[in-house]
Write a protein that binds this ligand. Structure first.
Ligand SMILES: NC(=O)c1ccc[n+]([C@@H]2O[C@H](COP(=O)([O-])OP(=O)(O)OC[C@H]3O[C@@H](n4cnc5c(N)ncnc54)[C@H](O)[C@@H]3O)[C@@H](O)[C@H]2O)c1
Length: 256
Protein backbone atom coordinates (compact mmCIF):
# COMPACT_ATOMS: atom_id res chain seq x y z
CA UNK A 1 0.00 0.00 0.00
CA UNK A 2 1.22 3.52 -0.80
CA UNK A 3 2.15 5.78 2.14
CA UNK A 4 -0.48 7.79 3.96
CA UNK A 5 -1.43 11.06 2.25
CA UNK A 6 0.79 13.99 3.26
CA UNK A 7 -0.98 17.37 3.40
CA UNK A 8 2.12 19.41 4.32
CA UNK A 9 4.45 21.31 1.98
CA UNK A 10 8.01 20.18 2.78
CA UNK A 11 9.69 20.28 -0.64
CA UNK A 12 10.83 23.89 -0.98
CA UNK A 13 9.70 27.48 -1.36
CA UNK A 14 6.34 28.79 -2.56
CA UNK A 15 5.36 31.88 -4.54
CA UNK A 16 1.89 33.48 -4.50
CA UNK A 17 0.86 36.30 -6.85
CA UNK A 18 -1.57 38.92 -5.56
CA UNK A 19 -0.82 38.03 -1.94
CA UNK A 20 -1.48 41.47 -0.44
CA UNK A 21 -5.18 40.95 0.26
CA UNK A 22 -8.21 38.71 0.08
CA UNK A 23 -7.83 35.16 -1.21
CA UNK A 24 -4.11 35.49 -2.07
CA UNK A 25 -3.31 36.67 1.45
CA UNK A 26 -5.14 33.71 3.00
CA UNK A 27 -3.34 31.34 0.63
CA UNK A 28 0.08 32.75 1.61
CA UNK A 29 -0.72 32.27 5.31
CA UNK A 30 -2.07 28.74 4.78
CA UNK A 31 0.99 27.74 2.75
CA UNK A 32 3.30 29.03 5.49
CA UNK A 33 1.30 27.13 8.09
CA UNK A 34 1.72 23.98 5.97
CA UNK A 35 5.49 24.37 6.13
CA UNK A 36 6.77 26.22 3.06
CA UNK A 37 8.50 29.63 3.12
CA UNK A 38 6.45 31.89 0.88
CA UNK A 39 7.26 34.74 -1.51
CA UNK A 40 4.35 37.17 -1.66
CA UNK A 41 4.30 38.89 -5.03
CA UNK A 42 2.32 42.07 -5.59
CA UNK A 43 2.42 45.20 -7.68
CA UNK A 44 4.79 47.98 -6.56
CA UNK A 45 2.37 50.35 -4.89
CA UNK A 46 0.73 47.64 -2.77
CA UNK A 47 1.47 47.32 0.97
CA UNK A 48 2.20 43.74 1.99
CA UNK A 49 2.92 44.36 5.67
CA UNK A 50 -0.37 42.81 6.81
CA UNK A 51 0.35 39.58 4.91
CA UNK A 52 3.90 39.40 6.32
CA UNK A 53 2.59 39.84 9.88
CA UNK A 54 -0.08 37.16 9.41
CA UNK A 55 2.51 34.71 8.07
CA UNK A 56 4.79 35.42 11.03
CA UNK A 57 1.86 34.89 13.40
CA UNK A 58 1.56 31.27 12.24
CA UNK A 59 5.30 30.76 12.66
CA UNK A 60 6.05 30.99 8.95
CA UNK A 61 8.60 32.80 6.81
CA UNK A 62 7.57 35.29 4.12
CA UNK A 63 9.31 37.54 1.63
CA UNK A 64 7.58 40.52 -0.01
CA UNK A 65 8.41 40.90 -3.69
CA UNK A 66 7.25 43.31 -6.36
CA UNK A 67 6.16 42.26 -9.83
CA UNK A 68 3.28 42.99 -12.13
CA UNK A 69 2.01 39.73 -13.59
CA UNK A 70 1.84 41.34 -17.03
CA UNK A 71 5.63 41.81 -16.98
CA UNK A 72 7.63 38.66 -17.84
CA UNK A 73 10.97 40.16 -16.75
CA UNK A 74 9.53 41.17 -13.38
CA UNK A 75 8.17 37.66 -12.88
CA UNK A 76 11.49 36.04 -13.82
CA UNK A 77 13.19 38.32 -11.31
CA UNK A 78 10.64 37.42 -8.61
CA UNK A 79 11.26 33.71 -9.17
CA UNK A 80 15.03 34.23 -9.07
CA UNK A 81 14.81 36.22 -5.82
CA UNK A 82 12.50 33.61 -4.28
CA UNK A 83 15.05 30.90 -5.02
CA UNK A 84 18.00 33.01 -3.82
CA UNK A 85 16.36 33.92 -0.50
CA UNK A 86 13.96 31.06 0.30
CA UNK A 87 15.29 28.05 -1.62
CA UNK A 88 14.24 26.06 -4.69
CA UNK A 89 10.74 26.84 -5.95
CA UNK A 90 8.48 23.84 -5.37
CA UNK A 91 5.02 25.46 -5.16
CA UNK A 92 3.29 28.38 -6.88
CA UNK A 93 -0.19 29.89 -6.83
CA UNK A 94 -1.23 32.22 -9.63
CA UNK A 95 -3.97 34.14 -7.88
CA UNK A 96 -3.62 37.76 -9.07
CA UNK A 97 -6.73 38.78 -10.94
CA UNK A 98 -9.10 41.69 -11.39
CA UNK A 99 -12.86 41.75 -11.35
CA UNK A 100 -14.58 43.68 -14.10
CA UNK A 101 -18.04 44.23 -15.46
CA UNK A 102 -19.68 46.10 -18.26
CA UNK A 103 -22.28 45.30 -20.88
CA UNK A 104 -20.84 43.56 -23.92
CA UNK A 105 -22.47 45.94 -26.42
CA UNK A 106 -20.61 48.94 -25.05
CA UNK A 107 -17.45 47.43 -23.59
CA UNK A 108 -14.39 49.42 -24.71
CA UNK A 109 -11.62 47.32 -26.26
CA UNK A 110 -9.14 48.69 -23.73
CA UNK A 111 -11.25 47.32 -20.84
CA UNK A 112 -11.33 43.89 -22.51
CA UNK A 113 -7.57 43.92 -23.03
CA UNK A 114 -6.83 45.12 -19.48
CA UNK A 115 -8.76 42.22 -17.92
CA UNK A 116 -7.24 39.63 -20.23
CA UNK A 117 -3.72 41.03 -19.64
CA UNK A 118 -3.96 40.27 -15.90
CA UNK A 119 -6.40 37.36 -15.68
CA UNK A 120 -5.18 35.28 -18.65
CA UNK A 121 -1.79 36.50 -19.89
CA UNK A 122 -0.69 37.15 -16.30
CA UNK A 123 -1.54 33.61 -15.22
CA UNK A 124 0.28 32.20 -18.24
CA UNK A 125 3.39 34.34 -17.79
CA UNK A 126 3.61 33.52 -14.08
CA UNK A 127 3.24 29.77 -14.76
CA UNK A 128 5.89 30.00 -17.48
CA UNK A 129 8.40 31.75 -15.17
CA UNK A 130 7.70 29.24 -12.37
CA UNK A 131 7.94 26.18 -14.62
CA UNK A 132 11.24 27.37 -16.09
CA UNK A 133 12.65 27.13 -12.56
CA UNK A 134 10.87 23.87 -11.69
CA UNK A 135 11.69 21.81 -14.81
CA UNK A 136 15.46 21.55 -14.21
CA UNK A 137 14.74 20.14 -10.72
CA UNK A 138 12.28 17.52 -11.89
CA UNK A 139 9.00 19.25 -11.09
CA UNK A 140 6.74 21.11 -8.73
CA UNK A 141 3.10 22.00 -8.20
CA UNK A 142 1.20 25.02 -9.52
CA UNK A 143 -2.36 26.11 -8.69
CA UNK A 144 -4.24 28.73 -10.70
CA UNK A 145 -7.21 30.66 -9.32
CA UNK A 146 -10.18 30.59 -11.67
CA UNK A 147 -13.77 31.31 -10.65
CA UNK A 148 -17.27 29.91 -10.78
CA UNK A 149 -17.65 32.64 -13.40
CA UNK A 150 -15.53 30.46 -15.68
CA UNK A 151 -18.17 27.73 -15.32
CA UNK A 152 -21.44 29.68 -15.30
CA UNK A 153 -22.56 33.14 -16.41
CA UNK A 154 -23.47 34.76 -13.08
CA UNK A 155 -27.18 35.58 -12.97
CA UNK A 156 -27.79 39.34 -13.07
CA UNK A 157 -24.16 40.33 -13.71
CA UNK A 158 -23.03 41.66 -17.09
CA UNK A 159 -19.38 40.63 -17.16
CA UNK A 160 -18.66 38.62 -20.30
CA UNK A 161 -15.05 39.80 -20.18
CA UNK A 162 -14.45 38.48 -16.64
CA UNK A 163 -16.40 35.26 -17.19
CA UNK A 164 -14.56 34.37 -20.38
CA UNK A 165 -11.17 35.28 -18.86
CA UNK A 166 -11.81 32.83 -16.02
CA UNK A 167 -12.95 30.10 -18.43
CA UNK A 168 -9.60 30.63 -20.14
CA UNK A 169 -7.82 30.08 -16.81
CA UNK A 170 -9.56 26.72 -16.39
CA UNK A 171 -8.58 25.52 -19.85
CA UNK A 172 -5.08 26.98 -19.68
CA UNK A 173 -4.67 24.90 -16.52
CA UNK A 174 -5.70 21.68 -18.28
CA UNK A 175 -3.44 22.48 -21.24
CA UNK A 176 -0.37 23.17 -19.07
CA UNK A 177 -1.12 20.09 -16.95
CA UNK A 178 -1.04 17.88 -20.04
CA UNK A 179 2.05 19.56 -21.47
CA UNK A 180 4.13 19.55 -18.28
CA UNK A 181 3.13 16.19 -16.76
CA UNK A 182 6.20 14.49 -18.29
CA UNK A 183 8.41 17.10 -16.56
CA UNK A 184 6.87 16.35 -13.15
CA UNK A 185 4.84 19.56 -12.81
CA UNK A 186 1.24 19.24 -11.65
CA UNK A 187 -1.05 22.14 -12.60
CA UNK A 188 -4.51 22.42 -11.05
CA UNK A 189 -7.16 25.11 -10.76
CA UNK A 190 -9.30 26.20 -7.82
CA UNK A 191 -12.48 27.99 -8.90
CA UNK A 192 -13.91 29.94 -5.95
CA UNK A 193 -17.50 31.00 -5.53
CA UNK A 194 -18.45 34.32 -3.93
CA UNK A 195 -15.88 35.03 -1.23
CA UNK A 196 -15.77 37.66 1.54
CA UNK A 197 -12.75 39.61 0.33
CA UNK A 198 -12.52 43.41 0.63
CA UNK A 199 -14.25 43.64 -2.76
CA UNK A 200 -17.40 41.98 -1.37
CA UNK A 201 -17.24 43.61 2.08
CA UNK A 202 -18.05 47.13 0.80
CA UNK A 203 -21.35 48.54 2.21
CA UNK A 204 -22.47 49.56 -1.30
CA UNK A 205 -22.60 45.92 -2.44
CA UNK A 206 -24.37 44.66 0.72
CA UNK A 207 -27.68 43.96 -1.11
CA UNK A 208 -25.92 42.10 -3.90
CA UNK A 209 -23.91 40.05 -1.40
CA UNK A 210 -27.14 39.09 0.41
CA UNK A 211 -28.51 37.84 -2.91
CA UNK A 212 -25.33 35.80 -3.54
CA UNK A 213 -25.81 34.14 -0.14
CA UNK A 214 -29.50 33.44 -0.88
CA UNK A 215 -28.54 31.72 -4.14
CA UNK A 216 -25.98 29.48 -2.41
CA UNK A 217 -27.11 26.16 -0.87
CA UNK A 218 -24.85 26.82 2.14
CA UNK A 219 -26.57 30.25 2.43
CA UNK A 220 -23.39 32.29 2.87
CA UNK A 221 -20.22 33.46 1.15
CA UNK A 222 -16.81 31.80 1.65
CA UNK A 223 -14.21 33.12 4.04
CA UNK A 224 -10.90 33.52 2.14
CA UNK A 225 -9.30 30.78 4.27
CA UNK A 226 -11.94 28.33 3.00
CA UNK A 227 -10.46 28.80 -0.49
CA UNK A 228 -6.90 28.43 0.81
CA UNK A 229 -7.46 24.91 2.24
CA UNK A 230 -8.27 23.32 -1.14
CA UNK A 231 -5.30 25.19 -2.66
CA UNK A 232 -2.89 23.73 -0.10
CA UNK A 233 -4.37 20.28 -0.71
CA UNK A 234 -3.74 20.54 -4.47
CA UNK A 235 -0.16 21.74 -3.88
CA UNK A 236 0.57 18.91 -1.45
CA UNK A 237 1.64 15.33 -2.11
CA UNK A 238 -1.84 14.29 -0.92
CA UNK A 239 -2.90 15.39 -4.43
CA UNK A 240 -0.05 13.54 -6.17
CA UNK A 241 -2.36 12.07 -8.85
CA UNK A 242 -4.30 15.33 -9.41
CA UNK A 243 -3.34 17.31 -12.44
CA UNK A 244 -5.57 19.34 -14.75
CA UNK A 245 -8.29 19.26 -12.08
CA UNK A 246 -10.59 22.23 -11.59
CA UNK A 247 -11.88 22.20 -8.02
CA UNK A 248 -15.01 24.32 -7.63
CA UNK A 249 -15.20 25.70 -4.06
CA UNK A 250 -18.54 27.48 -3.92
CA UNK A 251 -20.77 26.23 -1.07
CA UNK A 252 -22.88 24.51 -3.72
CA UNK A 253 -23.66 27.65 -5.78
CA UNK A 254 -23.23 25.91 -9.13
CA UNK A 255 -25.44 22.97 -8.04
CA UNK A 256 -28.57 25.11 -8.55
N1 LIG B 1 -13.66 37.44 -4.22
C1 LIG B 1 -14.40 36.60 -4.90
O1 LIG B 1 -15.61 36.48 -4.68
C2 LIG B 1 -13.76 35.76 -5.99
C3 LIG B 1 -14.52 34.73 -6.55
C4 LIG B 1 -13.96 33.93 -7.53
C5 LIG B 1 -12.65 34.15 -7.94
N2 LIG B 1 -11.93 35.16 -7.40
C6 LIG B 1 -10.55 35.33 -7.89
O2 LIG B 1 -9.67 35.22 -6.79
C7 LIG B 1 -8.48 35.99 -7.04
C8 LIG B 1 -8.24 36.92 -5.86
O3 LIG B 1 -9.34 37.79 -5.74
P1 LIG B 1 -9.67 38.62 -4.41
O4 LIG B 1 -11.14 38.66 -4.29
O5 LIG B 1 -8.83 38.15 -3.30
O6 LIG B 1 -9.23 40.08 -4.92
P2 LIG B 1 -8.28 41.19 -4.30
O7 LIG B 1 -8.52 42.39 -5.15
O8 LIG B 1 -8.47 41.29 -2.81
O9 LIG B 1 -6.83 40.61 -4.57
C9 LIG B 1 -6.28 40.60 -5.86
C10 LIG B 1 -4.78 40.63 -5.71
O10 LIG B 1 -4.18 40.60 -7.02
C11 LIG B 1 -3.24 41.66 -7.13
N3 LIG B 1 -3.11 42.06 -8.52
C12 LIG B 1 -4.08 42.53 -9.35
N4 LIG B 1 -3.55 42.79 -10.56
C13 LIG B 1 -2.23 42.48 -10.50
C14 LIG B 1 -1.15 42.53 -11.41
N5 LIG B 1 -1.31 42.99 -12.68
N6 LIG B 1 0.06 42.11 -11.01
C15 LIG B 1 0.28 41.68 -9.74
N7 LIG B 1 -0.72 41.60 -8.83
C16 LIG B 1 -1.94 42.02 -9.20
C17 LIG B 1 -3.78 42.76 -6.21
O11 LIG B 1 -2.79 43.68 -5.84
C18 LIG B 1 -4.28 41.90 -5.03
O12 LIG B 1 -3.18 41.55 -4.20
C19 LIG B 1 -8.74 36.72 -8.37
O13 LIG B 1 -8.13 36.00 -9.42
C20 LIG B 1 -10.25 36.69 -8.50
O14 LIG B 1 -10.67 36.77 -9.84
C21 LIG B 1 -12.45 35.97 -6.43
Amino acid sequence: MAGLPNFSLPHGAALVTGASSGIGQAIAVAIAAAGAPVACVSRGHVDQQETLSLVEAVGGRALALTADVTDPDGLADAVARTEAELGPLAYAVNNAGIGAGGGALDLPLEDWERVYATNVTGVFLAAQAEARAMVPRGGGAIVTIGSISGHIANRGLRQAVYNSSKAAVSHLTRSLAAEWAPQGIRVNCVSPGYTLTPMNARPEVADEVERFADETPMARLAEPMEIAGPVVFLLSDAASFCTGADLVVDGGFTCW
